[in-house]
Design a protein. Structure first.
Length: 236
């Protein structure tokens, strides 16, 4: 799938967007990981912002929150569903902001759609416009979701083109090659999203993810990594 077709796929997805499709449990866990790095004056750029849910969440917290996406439909969706502002159409490989423009530059669910070297270039460009932290979430290669993706590909129902899954080691390598110091790596979500709509399983998942962080890191749906631009932190 070339870049034009890939962009068409995402535009088609967001033309048919419904709020109920959002995994609110996942966003809650994600925000719990991000919040320790956010102050009242923190500026945030989300590259490839999807529906705009998180962009608008930070805007509602009165933070300077900006969304960048190469596709038009996510911008329309973010404005229509979440009243998001500060949305820019642009390319992660040529981000239209100056060096060190934002305290945090982050993304969830984007870098896996390119091979390693191209993802490295994207990460370096995100680092360029970050002042303090670069935060990334990508699919975990040890999760059960990998089997689902494999099955969809066999059945010809996979429509998202190239997608990698990462181990913790490989994700750390990506950050080290970008000269980002690794602050932490965490796992996000161990159950399928539809199960988490049931209150019992949401509570159970929350308990497991709080108590067994190492287990969750290895078998969760996504890996979440926080990198820092300076050289004062010990790498894990």
């Amino acid at each position: 799938m070339n870049e034009t077709n890939k962009n068409y796929v995402w535009d088609e997805i967001y033309k048919k967007y419904e709020l109920e499709s959002e995994n609110l449990y996942f966003y809650e866990r994600l925000l719990n990981v991000m919040n320790p790095y956010i102050r009242d004056d923190t500026s945030i750029l989300e590259v490839g912002f999807g529906s705009g849910y998180i962009v608008s969440y930070f805007q509602d917290k009165l933070l300077f929150s900006v969304g960048l996406d190469i596709n038009k439909e996510p911008i329309k969706t973010a404005r229509n569903f979440f009243k998001s502002k500060n949305l820019v159409q642009g390319d992660v490989f040529n981000i239209p902001f100056k060096d060190c423009s934002f305290d945090i530059v982050w993304n969830e669910g984007m870098l896996e759609h390119w091979k390693f070297e191209k993802s490295l270039n994207a990460l370096k460009e995100m680092k360029r416009v970050a002042k303090n932290y670069v935060i990334i979430a990508v699919p975990n290669c040890f999760s059960i979701w990998v089997l689902k993706k494999f099955l969809f590909k066999i059945l010809g129902k996979w429509r998202f083109g190239y997608e990698e899954s990462y181990s913790s080691r490989r994700l750390k390598k990506l950050f080290r090659l970008s000269n980002l110091e690794i602050v932490d790596v965490k796992g996000l979500q161990i159950f399928f999203g539809f199960i988490l709509k049931i209150k019992f399983f949401a509570k159970l998942a929350n308990k497991i993810e709080n108590k067994y962080e190492n287990f969750v890191k290895y078998f969760s749906y996504e890996l979440f990594i926080i990198g820092k631009k300076n050289n004062n932190l010990f790498q894990i």
